[in-house]
Write a protein that binds this ligand. Structure first.
Ligand SMILES: Nc1ncnc2c1ncn2[C@@H]1O[C@H](COP(=O)(O)OP(=O)(O)OP(=O)(O)O)[C@@H](O)[C@H]1O
Ligand SMILES: [Mg+2]
Length: 509
């Protein structure tokens, strides 16, 4: 588990809001995998789980077995019931464009889920905070933080709605609500203009500095308050307001300290220590906001959220093991729900292309020994089983998301070099860490035979081993007994990389 995620989990037992573990600022989860991947390959090849800063723990051989075994045997798993439910439905039809659309929509990041699972405690805490402010008519501030994709914005939407519903049921004055996403502001102090516009829509304000002054006058003196209503101010992506002098951020929080303030301010950002770092003056004035940290989602939580999003569909879209694989890898990497949703959608696209490929193969069967155009096509089963998203689809989707130089290099090698690597992996699995070139050649020939591909001669094989040696994938060394080869990269990385190449789908079993 990455350090950051680990430190977040470490706060598991904390009961109050103030779980303020220092944390580095993180990349937003909508940054691409390419953004996050190192630009230069490391000197020594590393396994995907190490070279992706937080990549899946074992994107590896035996993935399918590992997941099938765990899911089937774990009768105590709280997820088993929903897995059974999923299995009880009939499979969907990925050829039906309407079903495809509905499923993709259910998994789309912009689709607000009907229920908020795994964040019940956070919703309750924020809602209680707001209710107390509304009931007592006191202002206050809360800072919500956590890694990307941990549901902060989604929870605030839920809180907003619940607060409005509660206020009409409890017959307290319904607070006004203003939601500002700071990424949409043209300049930082525009946030004050937005607040004035919400309070006094007709008020003419020239410039943001005047807007702040106006607010300070209104709530400092209290004489001309336009309304006694409380106002819930949700300021998302708060870190966009950090200026060199931190004035905007400071003044924003200070609005809650004005004598006649009606503001319930909830600031949202990723950095756990933003308030400590950027608002020391607030601390000295003893008005530091309360902090609520959203921890990264665990594997079980991601799986539950995915299942919850799919539960309303009348058909089964994913093999449970595929969903579990996604949840496990994303939890190990970042616990980012946005990523999990994107990977699931990408796995659906893998299934779609597999379905198309299947239709094409049925129309024009490939010549048995012509495998040249099979290279680099996802390794998905071509059988009647092409109906739901299965583990191999998810493996390809995961490998596309968590890009890793070693995996990409292997996937882009010429086919015969890939077969050599596949042969070397077979020998390693038989316990031979080092093997003679002749032995490697035998293993290579047997793969060629099973795939009806004409093998190259041993001289050419040796020169391909040299090419792999030069790329740091194999070590080719002369010994007294002749040339020997040793794998320089993790065998699991080779298996994972080649699982995504259709040609190898049978060779790797
Ligand atoms: N508990 C959950 N149940 C269902 N969907 C969730 C849950 N948590 C997050 N999601 C989904 O994950 C996506 C990301 O969530 P959200 O935008 O709330 O994250 P965030 O913490 O605000 O991230 P960022 O820091 O990048 O703004 C959204 O599509 C949201 O619907
Ligand atoms: Mg957000």
């Amino acid at each position: 588990m990455p350090t950051i995620a680990k430190s977040l989990f470490a706060g598991d037992t904390a009961k109050d809001f103030s779980i303020a573990t220092p944390q580095k600022r993180r990349l937003r989860s909508n940054s691409t995998a390419e953004d996050e991947a190192p630009t230069t390959p490391p000197a020594k090849w590393k396994s995907p789980r190490r070279c992706m800063h937080s990549s899946p723990k074992s994107v590896s051989t035996g993935i399918e077995k590992e997941f099938c075994d765990k899911l089937v045997t774990s009768s105590r798993s709280p997820l088993k019931k929903s897995s059974d439910n999923l299995l009880a439905k009939s499979n969907w039809n990925p050829r039906d464009s309407e079903q495809l659309r509905v499923v993709k929509e259910a998994l789309h990041v912009s689709t607000t889920p009907s229920s908020v699972v795994c964040r019940e405690e956070e919703v309750r805490k924020i809602l209680d905070f707001c209710k107390t402010c509304v009931e007592k008519e006191t202002s206050g501030s809360l800072y919500v933080c956590g890694c990307p994709g941990t549901g902060k914005t989604m929870v605030m939407e839920k809180v907003k709605q619940s607060l409005v519903n509660w206020s009409s049921e409890a017959e307290v004055q319904q607070p006004d609500v203003l939601f500002v996403n700071c990424t949409s502001l043209t300049n930082t102090s525009e946030v004050f203009t937005k607040i004035v516009q919400r309070i006094q829509p007709k008020k003419k304000i020239n410039g943001s500095a005047t807007a702040l002054k106006h607010l300070q006058n209104l709530y400092g003196q209290g004489g001309q308050l336009p309304s006694k209503k409380m106002m819930l101010l949700i300021i998302d992506e708060l870190d966009y307001l950090i200026t060199r002098d931190r004035n905007v951020l400071h003044e924003l929080f200070m609005l809650t300290m004005l004598p006649f303030s009606r503001f319930i301010l909830i600031g949202i950002a990723n950095a756990i220590d933003l308030a400590d770092r950027f608002l020391p003056r607030l601390q000295s004035l003893n008005c530091k906001p309360t902090v609520l940290t959203f921890r990264a989602y665990s594997k079980d939580q991601i799986q539950r959220i995915l299942q919850e999003r799919l539960v309303a569909l009348p058909y089964t879209v994913f093999q449970p093991q595929a969903l579990e694989l996604c949840a496990r890898k994303v939890a190990a990497a970042s616990g980012d729900m946005r990523k999990a949703l994107c990977i699931c959608r990408s796995a659906i696209e893998m299934l779609e292309s597999d379905v198309k490929e299947q239709a094409r193969t049925i129309d024009t069967p490939l010549a048995e020994n012509d495998s040249s155009d099979q290279e680099n096509v996802p390794a998905i089963q071509h059988s009647k089983e092409v109906d739901i998203v299965r583990v191999p689809h998810m493996v390809v989707a995961l490998s596309k998301t968590y890009r890793c130089p070693v995996v990409e290099t292997i996937q882009s090698l010429p086919q015969h070099q890939q077969i050599i690597l596949c042969s070397a992996v077979k020998l390693v699995k038989e316990g031979k860490k080092e093997s003679a070139v002749g032995e490697l050649n035998k293993s290579y020939e047997s793969i060629c035979k099973s795939t009806k591909l004409r093998p190259v001669g041993i001289l050419e094989l040796s020169s391909m081993c040299k090419a792999l040696h030069d790329q740091g994938i194999l070590k080719l060394a002369q010994s007294q007994k002749g040339a020997k080869v040793t794998l320089k990269v993790n065998a699991e990385d080779i298996t994972f990389a080649l699982q995504g190449v259709r040609f190898f789908r049978n060779c790797l079993q």
